[in-house]
Design a protein. Structure first.
Ligand SMILES: Cc1cc2nc3c(=O)[nH]c(=O)nc-3n(C[C@H](O)[C@H](O)[C@H](O)COP(=O)(O)OP(=O)(O)OC[C@H]3O[C@@H](n4cnc5c(N)ncnc54)[C@H](O)[C@@H]3O)c2cc1C
Length: 379
């Protein structure tokens, strides 16, 4: 049924949102304006969205299991959006039909993709039992696995010394049921994107927490119980976590929309060859300049995509996304400390973690009607 404010004589435009990433959550929240402009909005996504800002703390058991979880179905219902709980499996871009994992065929006039990223295993052989930091649904099993190992004290190996690997290793090292944490990095040092002083600070922290760091170690194979490096070194573990950086989901190539870099988009966030297809967040390959895979871009693209959709039905010029040169990023390092970095400036201590929690809660409050307590109950 046409929405109030919409010209009843005009046909509705079918807008299909695939994935409930950061950008699409914003659109769902502002769906009433889209409906008034003539859109029939449908969201195709899994029921829950997990917020990465609290993912390491949650995976390591420092925050409760549902901290940072958004019930997408409830949000869509509250905003008048038609929700289809499934994932996209294939696409007929010429007929403009998306086929879902439960076999439904969803027609669209305008399509937007916001399906996030996956871990890039960089040519290594990885056992299916090895946990991956992305998608976040898989990382949720870490706490469960560690609890199942009981009091004997687990040996955990984290592969990849970037932001998420550092967060996880630092967190796990303060967990009482973890006996040993190894952090394995192929490059010459940890936290290659961090300012040198911040890298030194984190290395000191890891040493103090008895994390065993192996740099310059190129992993070729990760099995269920041990990993092997190219130089033949073998390391045993109870649990291994892969944190070797993020890449676009291989599904995009299967959909015919992109490659490992993502869906190629112009500054308007539209597909390079198809005006009716948008891609946002980690799954987009922003052609004007490479963007790091950070939630902040997905968040900031929300208002741009929203304005773009309104502009296109009014035949107005489309807005462009202008990314910040330097974004603030804050690592949660467990033990009540964090590290904030913006460009070459950094700040370590309890203050950055408080700031992070404040930012995260403020963002989540927009989408969670009643956020529960985050702290894991003790005992
Ligand atoms: C451990 C960890 C910690 C991080 N911490 C931070 C941080 O503190 N700050 C920061 O800025 N970035 C952080 N990042 C990076 C951050 O996770 C990503 O940049 C961000 O989540 C990307 O947002 P997005 O909206 O593109 O996708 P996502 O947040 O990944 O959302 C994509 C959604 O699409 C859904 N989906 C997936 N496949 C399909 C499909 N086929 N069909 C339909 N739906 C699908 C998923 O279920 C998911 O809900 C972290 C990453 C990791 C791994």
């Amino acid at each position: 049924m046409p929405e109030p404010g919409h010209d009843a004589g005009a046909a509705m435009t079918a807008l299909l949102l695939v994935g409930a990433g950061h950008t699409h959550l914003y659109l769902v929240k502002h769906a009433a304006e889209l409906a008034a402009a003539g859109y029939r909005v449908q969201l195709l996504a899994p029921r829950f969205f997990d917020y990465s800002g609290v993912a390491s703390a949650r995976a390591a058991g420092a925050l409760s299991g549902d901290a940072g979880r958004i019930d997408v179905r409830a949000l869509a219902a509250g905003c008048g959006v038609d929700f289809h709980e499934a994932t996209v499996e294939s696409l007929d871009a010429d007929a403009r039909i998306a086929v879902t994992s439960d076999g439904a065929r969803l027609p669209y006039d305008v399509l937007s993709i916001n399906i996030g990223s996956v871990v890039a295993p960089e040519g290594m052989e990885v056992h299916p039992g090895v946990l991956r930091v992305k998608p976040l649904s898989g990382l949720g099993d870490l706490d469960v696995r560690l609890r199942a190992l009981g009091q004997r004290g687990a040996a955990v190996t984290v592969v990849g010394g970037g932001a998420s690997g550092l967060e996880l290793a630092a967190h796990l090292a303060v967990r009482p049921d973890v006996a040993q944490v190894r952090l394995v990095e192929s490059g010459p040092f940890l936290g290659a994107d961090l300012p040198a002083g911040a890298r030194t600070r984190i290395s000191r922290l890891l040493t103090k927490r008895d994390v065993v760091v192996h740099t310059g170690c190129v992993v070729s194979e990760i099995g269920e119980r041990q990993l092997v490096c190219q130089d033949g070194t073998q390391m045993a573990h109870d649990v291994a976590v892969l944190a070797t950086g993020l890449a676009a989901p291989p599904l995009l190539a299967a959909l015919g929309l992109g490659d490992g870099h993502g869906v190629p988009v112009r500054a308007t966030l539209q597909h390079v060859d198809r005006d009716e297809i948008y891609a946002v967040g980690d799954c987009a390959h922003f052609l004007p300049r490479p963007l790091p895979r950070l939630g902040v871009h997905g968040v900031r693209q929300g208002p741009v995509l929203h304005r773009s959709l309104l502009a296109r039905v009014r035949a107005e010029p489309l807005p462009v996304y202008e990314p910040q040169r330097r974004a603030l990023s804050i690592l949660d390092l467990g033990g009540a400390v964090g590290l904030a970095v913006r460009g070459r400036v950094w700040w370590y201590g309890t203050g950055p973690l408080h700031l992070k929690r404040y930012i995260d809660r403020r963002w989540l409050r927009t989408y969670q009607p009643e956020p529960g307590p985050w702290q894991r109950p003790t005992g």
